[in-house]
Design a protein around this ligand. Structure first.
Ligand SMILES: Nc1ncnc2c1ncn2[C@@H]1O[C@H](COP(=O)(O)OP(=O)(O)OP(=O)(O)O)[C@@H](O)[C@H]1O
Ligand SMILES: [Mg+2]
Length: 408
């Protein structure tokens, strides 16, 4: 049916044009952001393909129209209608179209519009917007003109260096983003390791200049300055990477960290934060605002001792340590009785429950990180991925259930 690149079941975005060669920037932008998940299709036959059902993952149809199409807009209108009938969002990309032509197309029910040539970032922004405008059944009932969110904040803290905190944070955020497909849920991941944060490495994302301004001049922070500093991974996960150059961790005041989290919370349903190991004067703000605070540790003396210190610090400051959820990384498998006994002793000596056991995923975990891919993309069958996915699923289900309860 003319789907050239992606397999039909992986196509999330369909790009429809009479002649794609007229829109080279469009192809480039799509390849740059969602390679493998979009397919070009000729205008001829697009209507049939959509009506036949292109694939379960199809969310957005980009309809690229130029002045050459203006002599006969009927085939374009029919495609827009077919997409609308199938519940697919339509983004119109218009090149040299007259205002009358544009008006006519927008009236047929296109959801959004971008001019061609595409301004920097316009396509990604439009795709993100359309995705987040999908509403699930419960949201439809409570939906106002623009729902203000109140996202849950989930910091991830490694009690010692290299225990796997960033790996957990990145993969948890991405699994939540994948689960949020075709819902109105939005996910963001904030790297608060302002010195050596590695989220950008693990997702192969550039570190934007504007992050430096955002953090070093945080007093003036607002929605716009945060969104300028965010990048996105595959248009589905918003990411604040660490800045290009290392910044002191105390460069940001506790009230500004709180403000940053509040802004993120108002725009995203899930806010995952990769925390620095060092306890700084804003750590307690993050903990207080958190829903759940993941503390990642390993089965060794270093983790055990740091963990004790961490718990003691929380108690001394009267911080809500009941929010801390311990995650044992590289946990022993079910057949490793000796390892399991050690894990049990560790939990007893710390006097905590360890509810999350993350298995060792072997060398491929590091390989995925080096390639800049979440496990779901690079190693979907990896044991660590499966465990992180099931954790993400229970968090996701809990949030959806809570909202359903509010609606009733
Ligand atoms: N469960 C696991 N199985 C296999 N490899 C893992 C696992 N968890 C983490 N790793 C690997 O261990 C290394 C350290 O992980 P990561 O960077 O996530 O740790 P961290 O606690 O964030 O470290 P840092 O102290 O640098 O912030 C990485 O190479 C990662 O791929
Ligand atoms: Mg880290």
């Amino acid at each position: 049916m003319g789907l050239l690149k992606a397999k039909p079941e992986e196509t999330e975005v369909l790009s429809i044009a009479r002649n794609h060669e007229e829109f080279p920037d469009l192809t480039m932008s799509l390849n740059g952001s969602i390679a493998g998940r979009w397919s070009p299709i000729a205008l001829d036959g697009a209507e049939d393909a959509i009506r036949a059902g292109v694939g379960p993952d199809l969310e957005i149809a980009i309809v690229a129209v130029s002045d050459q199409d203006e002599v006969d807009l009927v085939p374009i209108i029919r495609v827009v209608q077919a997409a609308r009938d199938s519940g697919i969002k339509v983004l119109l990309v218009a090149k040299g179209l007259s205002p009358a032509g544009l008006h006519q197309l927008l009236r047929t029910g296109a959801d959004d519009f971008a001019p061609y040539p595409l301004p920097d970032g316009a396509l990604i922004d439009a795709i993100s917007r359309l995705r987040s405008s999908y509403v699930d059944d419960t949201a439809a009932e409570v939906k106002g003109p623009k729902r203000k969110r109140h996202g849950i904040i989930m910091p991830v803290y490694g009690v010692a260096g290299g225990v796997g905190a960033t790996t957990f944070a990145v993969n948890l955020a991405w699994e939540l983003a994948v689960l949020s497909k075709k819902t109105d849920k939005r996910v963001c991941l904030l790297d608060f390791n302002f010195q050596f944060g590695s989220v950008s490495t693990y997702l192969d994302l550039p570190r934007r200049e504007s992050i430096y301004e955002l953090i070093s001049d945080a007093g003036d922070m607002d929605h716009d300055s945060l969104s300028q500093a965010l990048t996105s991974y595959k248009t589905r996960l918003a990411v604040l990477t660490a800045p290009m150059d290392a910044l002191p961790l105390d460069i940001i005041a506790p009230e500004d960290i709180a403000r940053l989290l509040e802004i993120a919370q108002a725009s995203y349903d899930f806010v995952v934060v990769d925390m620095p190991h060092t306890l700084v004067h804003w750590s307690d703000n993050v903990l207080r605002m958190a829903e759940t605070f993941f503390a990642v540790l390993e089965i060794d003396m270093r983790s055990a001792q740091n963990c004790l210190r961490f718990l003691r610090a929380l108690k001394a400051e009267d911080l809500p340590y009941e929010k801390v959820q311990f995650a044992l990384n590289r946990a022993p498998g079910s057949l490793d009785l000796n390892g399991k006994a050690r894990a049990k002793r560790l939990a007893e000596s710390l006097n905590v429950e360890i509810n999350i056991l993350l298995p060792d995923g072997g060398k491929s975990v590091q390989a995925s990180g080096d390639e800049g891919l979440p496990l779901a993309e690079g190693q979907p069958k990896n044991a660590l991925r499966k465990e992180v996915r099931s954790i993400a699923q229970s968090i996701f289900d809990a949030v959806v259930a809570e909202k359903a309860a509010v609606v009733q």
